[in-house]
Design a protein around this ligand. Structure first.
Ligand SMILES: [Zn+2]
Length: 105
């Protein structure tokens, strides 16, 4: 169940960008959802255990809080572990919902 949920969030490539992985995080302070793009080539590296990982910092556009996240991947770039500070991971749909709200008058 959890695995399916993770695939739902991270498995899609809605932007058609096969070299990038998009994750969506929500600021703990103001609730702004931020899209974070991770480049497989330049962002992801291997740690001492030869595991693919990335440490990424995002800043939301509203209250400019720092959101720090750490993601681990298997060799197929599927997320196996993740942690976040200053916010929480949300689904692509929640980011889309925010975008839709923004374009409305
Ligand atoms: Zn914020």
């Amino acid at each position: 169940m959890l695995k399916q949920w993770l695939q739902m969030i991270f498995g899609r490539r809605s932007d058609g960008d096969s070299n990038g992985i998009s994750v969506y995080v929500r600021c703990a302070k103001c609730g702004e959802v931020v899209r974070v793009r991770i480049n497989k080539g330049s962002d992801i590296s291997r740690n001492d255990d030869d595991v693919l990982f990335v440490r990424k910092m995002a800043m939301d556009g509203k209250c400019h809080s720092r959101i720090e996240m750490e993601l681990f991947f298997d060799d197929a770039y599927r997320i196996t572990k993740r942690s976040i500070q200053g916010g929480e991971f949300v689904a692509h749909e929640q980011w889309m919902a925010q975008q839709n709200r923004m374009v409305q008058p």
